[in-house]
Design a protein around this ligand. Structure first.
Ligand SMILES: [Zn+2]
Length: 428
């Protein structure tokens, strides 16, 4: 028998298509809906038990005390580590096991794992159980090939990514699971398309703005002060000043889709006056409060401080000019933008592997929204992290979500090659 090569690994992956499909189906059949965090433990244990039989050391870490954690809905994470023949770097594949709610419009069983026309269907097929399955097959093929491997390979299945990752990657990162020297390179198999390397994401700032008024009888509004009219003034300022300013700001981040290559802000909601759903008679009152929730996405060229300051300046301007204008602003959620170096080890080896496997140049992209990379970067202080995985990003969270079997196989090959190169490359 000749000595194993990378081709041996590729052949092993090709021969395991059925196993890859079956694994994806099994993972989809755990209805890991978040919220509330259904079936996390059995799903984590399924992954852990499989990898244990293949020589991994498996640990379960519950995100105790994190949002949503309870005995009924434990935030169970699984981390499996395989150690090579000699010391070396560690390559880690991190996937979230949670999925979003099912929603309406399905024509297949969302937790059936149905296979049709070269696709596996189900909630989470694309985001991101297909990617998790591909990474497991990739790592197992590397190990089974008999290629000498230094260092370590890790696979984790983590919870709550869809709700911020606090009981998952953030919890683990705070406890050193995503820091050097334990881990050196991380690939997150999120569905960013099989030929693209995602090096980061924009920042997020959610905030609530409340304008204040004074209650009075609705027949004599001049005796009160309408918080809703004050909010209207805020809207006008946003339209005439903030939106044009944001639209003029372009990023060097290669965000896809291209519309997200600038600063954006969604007005998530506006409420004022009588509570929504009030089913008594209308009360003739002037609104004394109006609240707006904004979802501002910002670029790596902007700072969170500037982003907040820009909105605050508009509100302060109104307070100076507009009679009776008073407001409060509350932060709800914030995430700094994150971008790995495209010439860094994990991005460049993955891009090279894409070229070898698919025969075309890899595209470097950034995500319009955030994912768990933020915690690995900010908390774990580990910069060499990307997202790469099978699946079409647009299908995430949609009805009849699917992942292509060929894409999974190809991405498994890319992951195996990238991991091998990272383990064996000459370190500078
Ligand atoms: Zn995802």
């Amino acid at each position: 028998m000749s000595a194993p090569t990378l081709q041996t690994v590729m052949d092993l992956i090709d021969g395991r298509t059925d196993e890859l499909v079956a694994l994806t189906q099994d993972l989809i059949r755990f209805p890991t809906i978040n919220p509330p965090g259904e079936a996390y433990r059995p799903c984590a244990e399924y992954i852990g038990e499989r990898l244990k039989t293949r020589g991994f050391t498996v640990e379960y870490v519950r995100g105790e005390g994190s949002p949503g954690d309870s005995d009924q809905y434990p935030r169970t994470n699984v981390i499996a580590r395989w150690t090579g023949s000699e010391p070396g770097p560690c390559v880690h594949f991190n996937s979230h096991i949670d999925v979003v709610e099912v929603g309406a419009g399905w024509t297949v069983d969302p937790f059936g794992g149905e296979v049709k026309d070269g696709k596996v269907y189900g909630r989470g097929a694309c985001d991101m159980k297909g990617g998790l399955a591909a990474s497991i097959i990739a790592v197992e093929a590397l190990i089974d090939s008999g290629l000498p491997l230094p260092g370590a390979l890790e696979i984790s299945g983590t919870v709550d990514e869809e709700s911020g990752g606090y009981g998952g990657v953030a919890y683990l990162a705070e406890r050193g699971w995503f820091s050097e020297p334990r881990v050196n390179h991380v690939i997150i198999p999120e569905p960013l398309n099989v030929d693209r390397v995602c090096i980061g994401h924009r920042g997020v700032w959610w905030a609530e703005i409340e304008t204040k008024g004074r209650i009075a009888h609705g027949s004599m509004p001049f005796l009160g002060d309408s918080a809703i009219r004050h909010m209207g003034a805020v809207m006008e300022e946003f339209e005439s000043k903030l939106y044009p300013a944001m639209a003029a700001r372009h990023s060097d981040m290669p965000v896809v889709p291209e519309g997200a290559r600038q600063s954006t802000m969604n007005i998530n909601s506006i409420h004022g006056g009588q509570a929504e759903g009030f089913d008594g008679l209308p009360a003739p009152c002037v609104a004394d409060s109006s609240r707006m929730v904004i979802d501002r996405r910002f670029l790596i060229e902007e700072t969170l401080e500037d982003v907040k300051g820009e909105v605050k300046a508009i509100l302060d301007g109104l307070a100076a000019q507009r009679h009776g204008f008073r407001y409060e602003m509350r932060d709800l959620f914030q995430v700094a933008p994150s971008m790995a170096d495209r010439d860094g080890p994990v991005a460049s080896t993955t891009a090279a592997a894409i070229e070898t496997v698919l025969g075309k140049k890899a595209q470097f992209v950034c995500s319009p929204g955030t994912y768990d990379q933020k915690h690995i970067d900010r908390i774990g202080k580990l910069k060499d992290c990307i997202a790469y995985g099978p699946g079409v990003l647009d299908l995430a969270h949609q009805p009849d979500e699917w992942v292509g079997i060929d894409d999974m196989t190809n991405s498994a090959k890319v992951m195996a090659r990238a991991a091998y190169d990272l383990l064996t490359r000459k370190r500078s």
